[in-house]
Design a protein around this ligand. Structure first.
Ligand SMILES: NC(=O)c1ccc[n+]([C@@H]2O[C@H](COP(=O)([O-])OP(=O)(O)OC[C@H]3O[C@@H](n4cnc5c(N)ncnc54)[C@H](O)[C@@H]3O)[C@@H](O)[C@H]2O)c1
Length: 262
């Protein structure tokens, strides 16, 4: 790769779709991809959160298009890819970030808990890979980034189904990487450790003392004694989305302060 090193990280002229873009890691990733020069299509169920993300991108001078999408519905995900291409003419990056985490001990998991997490975390990522893969393989280039979790490799109590769906995300990533590689499309996953977001803060119900205890517990699983912030993961998304990682496919990168070493 010739040129200044910063060019490898530039997304100037590229088009990105980010699901789960209304909150936490998805919001920060969408903003960073826009800062790097991409036009970004923001997808989520949370319309107020989407508007906040779009406003942040417009303040940066970037381009954002908002779509209310349920990633568990294949037809909506297919339409999202069509909308991105019809608005901006191409599709270069697709980040599957949306997920739900229903914390429960194994003996209390209901069929509804199982179905929801599988529908969003597992099928949603799969349909995202299909929709992105269709457009990108036709184009002959592109990068798909799937949000997995340290929980895929190292479960903790209460996240059995979530862990299972994230292990499926890792398998889906490798399967898509193999099938799409001959068409110039890369597929990778990110398995973060504990990151301070609305998901881990259990939304707004959490009190300050409990939140501080959760952050201490999050840091304690890392030998570095660190918990992550959304920007840590967004920077990993940018690396995998950009040409800086052109030799990387089928991998699970684990920004987790060393919580797992695989
Ligand atoms: N926060 C962490 O510690 C952590 C650790 C490891 C992995 N992750 C993963 O990172 C990703 C982002 O997590 P976060 O902490 O930013 O969570 P978050 O709860 O802040 O954001 C998740 C977003 O997904 C959206 N979403 C949920 N169901 C959807 C659906 N059916 N269709 C469309 N959008 C939907 C939500 O509205 C929300 O905006 C997830 O895949 C999560 O599993 C998070």
């Amino acid at each position: 790769m010739a040129g200044h090193w910063t060019e490898a990280f530039s997304l100037s002229g590229r088009v990105a779709v980010v699901t789960g873009a209304a909150s936490g890691i998805g919001q920060e990733s969408a903003c960073l991809l826009a800062e790097a020069g991409a036009a970004v299509v923001l997808a989520d169920l949370d319309e107020a959160g989407l508007a906040t993300t779009a406003a942040r991108i417009h303040d940066l001078g970037g381009k954002a298009l908002v779509r209310r999408v349920d990633v568990s519905a294949r037809s909506q995900v297919d339409q999202l890819a069509l909308d991105a291409v019809s608005a901006f003419g191409r599709l270069d990056v697709w980040a599957n970030v949306a997920a739900v985490d229903i914390h429960k001990p194994i003996l209390e998991v209901s069929e509804a808990d199982m179905d929801r997490q599988v529908a969003v975390n597992q099928k949603g990522v799969y349909w995202g890979c299909v929709a992105a893969g269709r457009a990108m393989t036709a184009q002959g280039s592109g990068s798909i980034v799937n949000l997995s979790s340290t929980g895929a490799d190292k479960p903790s109590p209460g996240i059995s189904v979530y862990s299972m769906t994230k292990a499926a995300v890792n398998a889906c990533t490798r399967a898509c990487a193999i099938e799409f590689a001959p068409s110039g499309v890369r597929v990778n996953a990110i398995g973060p450790g504990y990151v301070d977001t609305p998901m881990t803060q259990a939304a707004k119900e959490i009190d300050p003392a409990r939140r501080a205890a959760m952050l201490r517990a999050g840091a304690a699983i890392s030998p570095m004694g660190l918990y992550g912030v959304p920007r840590d993961i967004a920077l990993t998304v940018l690396y995998l989305a950009s040409d800086a990682s052109r030799f990387v496919t089928g991998q699970v990168l684990r920004p987790n302060g060393g919580a797992t070493m695989l």
